[in-house]
Design a protein around this ligand. Structure first.
Ligand SMILES: Cc1ncc(COP(=O)(O)O)c(C=O)c1O
Length: 445
């Protein structure tokens, strides 16, 4: 039955492979394709439709990603039972670079216990109100405690709570920069900051390397308003600046009066943290520590340290303009976890799982062919010149591992082919090993 099915692509305006996946979905919904039906072999379908085999392969991969069909080796692709379809696609999409899900970890239990305790406590109704601009004093104090642990001492009036690091970056750009301002950054940077900077009309000035000399050389010819830096496990390059490099960059920033936007989303990955750049130039640095990468991205909480109380208030006003406040229950939960030790326990569990996944990568991939942080959730994998990044990314996606081509992160023109490969999320170690074997084969050519 399924083998004779041919989608009608005559009305398709967009990408054909997406239309194939859409058509499979529609056929399943209408009952034209039933659970267990075998789909036409990819080569046959390509011939019948008069399109490339790779387009059909991508279409089937999409349908597999949507949880509509499954593959049984050489036997081909089959429609999955309704129950599996209703359950949604397999939870393998790790594209957002999130912490690894720890099987049997304490995150869910701690979340349930603490949320319930917060809502049962006397006066809990107050938890459901608006909070003062910048966050409750107790949550800002928690932020100051996190910063002190990292070697950045500050009064709590310089600390605000935001709805994650992304919200903080929006607030910083809105409060401190204007269109046309030059922002020095790496050659490849966190893609959502890239989009934010472009939208805000900032001029990104990618440095050849995130080094003091490179920043100094730029500042000698150009008025640089700010430096955007991810000092630990840079996204996507995974580079971590050591204490000397941080100090040297901060000194150059100070010499030229350059603001520092220090996005340390990954600053607490390791147990042994490194003092922030901001600790070397406190009057210039705005430091952002998010909970997304160490606890969970579903906790929309980041703590931000501004260079002055005045700037903290300006940032708080921007947060109010964009989303009013960080989710108060989430912020209270993080504060409680800092007090009761859950914060340290959960981050330690995450570290252990991340290190195990990095060990799998180290076993499968040739040394020297990729960069990684020992407890990080992504790899940075340069590809041989002329490689088709999108094709390799697609091959990995088919194997359940998300890879994003370097273009998505490029702050300037050009740059070689590379992929950011994510190891986080719900993927099992076995599935990860399979996916990384596909990468190893691609690298071997
Ligand atoms: C460098 C960097 N900054 C900020 C963020 C956004 O974090 P949040 O979830 O706290 O908004 C990410 C997420 O991928 C990131 O990699």
């Amino acid at each position: 039955m399924g083998e004779s099915w041919v989608p009608d692509l005559s009305e398709t305006a967009g990408a054909k492979y997406l239309a194939i996946a859409d058509a499979i979905g529609a056929a399943v919904e209408s009952g034209r394709l039933r659970a267990g039906d075998r789909l036409p072999p990819q080569r046959d379908l390509a011939a019948r439709l008069g399109i490339d085999l790779t387009t059909v392969t991508k279409g089937y991969e999409q349908a597999r990603g949507r949880g509509l069909i499954g593959a049984r080796g050489r036997a081909g692709s089959f429609v999955l039972p309704q129950a599996a379809i209703a359950a949604g696609p397999p939870p393998l999409d790790t594209g957002m670079n999130m912490p690894p899900e720890v099987a049997g970890g304490s995150l869910l239990a701690a979340w349930e216990r603490t949320a319930s305790a917060l809502l049962r406590a006397p006066g809990a109704g107050g938890r459901l109100h608006y909070v003062p601009a910048g966050g409750r004093a107790s949550d800002r104090a928690a932020g100051a405690a996190i910063f002190a642990g990292l070697g950045l001492d500050c009064p709590i009036d310089e600390v605000i709570v935001t709805a994650g690091a992304q919200n903080a970056l929006h607030a910083i750009v809105a409060a401190t920069l204007k269109p046309g301002d030059v922002v020095a950054c790496g050659a490849h940077i966190y893609s959502v900051f890239l989009q934010l900077a472009r939208k805000a009309g900032l001029k990104l000035a990618p440095l050849a390397a995130m080094e003091a000399d490179a920043l100094d050389a730029l500042c000698r010819t150009t008025k640089v308003a700010a430096l955007y830096v991810v000092p630990t496990n840079d996204n996507p390059t995974t580079a971590t600046l050591d204490a000397g490099q941080r100090r040297a960059l901060a000194e150059v920033a100070r010499r030229h009066g350059v603001r520092i936007i220090e996005d340390d989303a990954y600053g607490q990955l390791s147990e042994r943290t490194i003092a922030p750049l901001t600790s070397f130039a406190p009057e210039l640095g705005t430091y952002v520590a998010s909970c997304s990468k160490i606890l969970s991205p579903a906790l929309r909480v980041a703590h931000v340290r501004a260079p002055s109380v005045r700037e903290a208030l300006a940032l708080a006003a921007e947060v109010h303009r964009s989303c009013v406040m960080a989710p108060p229950l989430d912020a209270a939960l993080v504060t409680r976890w800092l007090e009761d030790g859950s914060y340290d326990r959960i981050t330690a569990e995450t570290r252990t799982e991340a290190a195990a996944r990095q060990a799998i990568a180290a076993e499968i991939l040739p040394a020297g062919r990729y960069a990684a942080h020992p407890c990080g959730y992504h790899l940075w994998v340069p590809l041989p010149a002329g490689s088709d990044q999108a094709r390799v990314a697609e091959a990995l996606r088919g194997a359940g591992v998300t890879a994003i081509p370097a273009d998505a992160f490029a702050a300037g023109e050009g740059g070689g082919a590379a992929l950011r490969v994510s190891l986080g999320g719900a993927i099992t170690r076995e599935a990860l090993a399979r996916g990384l074997t596909v990468l190893e084969m691609e690298l071997a050519g």
